[in-house]
Design a protein around this ligand. Structure first.
Ligand SMILES: Cc1cc2nc3c(=O)[nH]c(=O)nc-3n(C[C@H](O)[C@H](O)[C@H](O)COP(=O)(O)OP(=O)(O)OC[C@H]3O[C@@H](n4cnc5c(N)ncnc54)[C@H](O)[C@@H]3O)c2cc1C
Length: 476
């Protein structure tokens, strides 16, 4: 098969089928459809085939064949990404390389606190496997039932546990990767210390499929929480929220796991549009925090700690009201309010979304400046902001004003994006905290990244992927 040059699509697909078997290739127009459109239905493309290898060796052979024939490859995990990164373009020359058949948990070592997995394992399955071994894999996000760890690694996903455990890249000890010419880089070390030259795994994580294919990973595990305390809190304002966050970290000995902030507008959409949801507090407030503390000890005194944190904060006027969950079910109800905000917002009408971050202490200033700027640009816009305040990451989402139709709203999308991103950048922030760049933020990346940073990124891309076959049109 070395150096094989293929003449047409049917020769390409039959040669690919020879590598991955008939179960590993999809070519019919109807069956291809779900793989060619992104999660938000903002992008749709064409492809010669969806190829689903079942081993690293098969991935390597597929990539080598594509490199020899200059066939672009779009890597795809669970296709839950929010930036169009896993969708092919409209040329029809591409293959989508979907990792869903690489779904084995290779090993779990509770004493080394590690789990070794194929890239196509669904995130929730890794969480479950860890739990069965009395351990925790702390990456957690709304799409965990369908996103894959390879996608999480390639977007360096965030989610709700970052405050305590870090982003995905901080949860990785080893990585296996297929380079754009088909070579396999085996970096599957389960080591906590290894200073032997450049740390290549960090280059490949967050690359959104532009440098090759993640095929496996060694992930860190943590003690399983035995005591979980959750509260839904009405907060005076975002300054008070930052103060509460700092106090909660100090007073809980940094056992704070989640600190999620919500403006009232998002909850209004939830109560109106999502079934079986209700107000957790007696009165309405402008801003809320969902706070969670966890400990590996069943009897850790965490509830008393949380009561003290909130009691002091009420006395000092930071917290206006609060309810502590009495059961796991009630805690889940609180989480559901937070997690269904995007769904509730979508039902309400046209939305424009942002995923910015600023230093945690600058969040109040960002919120104030962004609100003033956006109200000037589009009076009456409904600001449905919420996010991982403990990470300085706000999803600054907007819903069209009630009197303004979607067309007028979307006509302003570039001005709106630039306005919000300018406010974040002015405070030393980022235009993409956790979702990545994909296709949707590519032009914004070009606008805000320094010339030197873009030069370095292009140099790395050229060195590893000189034929530019890996996920063209994404990120750079
Ligand atoms: C309801 C919902 C909630 C979400 N919440 C969060 C959140 O809290 N935090 C967050 O960070 N994100 C969140 N997301 C976004 C999304 O789930 C994450 O970006 C996730 O990491 C994508 O994983 P995936 O397997 O679906 O990847 P895909 O969407 O398939 O791909 C994403 C990118 O990674 C590349 N890629 C995928 N697999 C590989 C691989 N094996 N090798 C190389 N490249 C690959 C693709 O080419 C693409 O560029 C949410 C999405 C939804 C729908």
């Amino acid at each position: 098969m070395d150096g094989q040059i293929l003449e047409d699509h049917s020769e390409i697909t039959s040669t690919l089928e020879g590598i991955v078997g008939s179960m590993g290739i999809i070519t019919s127009t109807e069956d291809l459809q779900p793989y060619l459109i992104d999660q938000k239905k903002a992008y749709e493309g064409q492809a010669i085939a969806v190829v689903r290898p079942s081993s690293t060796e098969e991935v390597s052979k597929v990539v080598k064949l594509c490199a020899e024939n200059q066939i672009p490859i779009v890597p795809q995990g669970g296709n839950t990404g929010l930036c169009g990164g896993a969708t092919p373009d409209s040329s029809g020359r591409t293959i989508v390389l979907n990792l869903s058949r690489m779904n084995k948990i290779r090993d779990i070592d509770p004493l080394n606190y590690t789990i070794t997995v194929d890239a196509g394992v669904i995130l929730a399955e890794i969480q479950n496997a860890a739990e069965e071994s009395d351990r925790l894999f702390p990456l957690s996000l709304g799409a965990e039932g369908s996103c894959q760890i390879g996608g999480n690694l390639s977007t360096n996903a965030g989610g709700t546990g970052v405050l305590r455990y870090g982003t995905t890249r901080e949860l990785v000890l080893g990585l296996e990767f297929v380079l754009p010419d088909g070579r396999i880089w085996d970096g599957m070390k389960a080591l906590r210390k290894d200073n032997t030259g450049y740390d290549l795994k960090h280059l490949f994580m967050g690359a959104e499929g532009t440098l090759g294919i993640v095929t496996g990973a060694v992930l860190k595990l943590f003690p399983k929480p035995k005591d979980v305390q959750t509260a839904f809190v009405a907060i005076r304002d975002s300054e008070a929220a930052i103060d509460l966050l700092a106090r909660a970290r100090q007073m809980s000995d940094d056992r704070l796991t989640a600190f999620e902030w919500m403006a009232r507008q998002g909850l209004e959409f939830v109560f109106k549009n999502i079934s079986d949801t209700r107000e957790p507090l007696l009165e309405n407030y402008r801003e809320y925090i969902l706070i969670e503390l966890t400990s590996g000890h069943a009897d850790s005194g965490l509830r008393e700690t949380l009561e003290t944190i909130l009691g002091d904060a009420i006395e000092d006027g930071l917290v206006l009201d609060a309810v502590l969950a009495e059961s796991r079910g009630q805690a889940q109800d609180f989480w559901r309010l937070r997690e269904t905000i995007p769904e509730g917002q979508m039902i309400e009408g046209a939305t424009i979304k942002h995923d910015i971050s600023v230093p945690v202490s600058s969040v109040p200033k960002f919120l104030k400046n962004a609100e003033a700027a956006i109200n000037q640009l589009l009076p009456g816009v409904r600001i449905c902001a919420f996010g991982h305040l403990g990470d300085g990451n706000i999803h600054y989402n907007l819903t069209t004003p009630e009197a303004v139709g979607p067309k007028t709203f979307f006509d302003k999308v570039e001005d709106i994006n630039r306005t919000i991103h300018d406010e974040a950048i002015a405070l030393g922030g980022s235009i993409s905290a956790e979702h990545g760049i994909g296709m949707s933020k590519r032009l914004e990346l070009m606008h805000y990244k320094s010339a030197n940073a873009l030069d370095i990124m292009r140099g790395i891309k050229q060195a590893l992927d000189p034929k530019s076959i890996m996920n063209p049109g994404k990120v750079l």
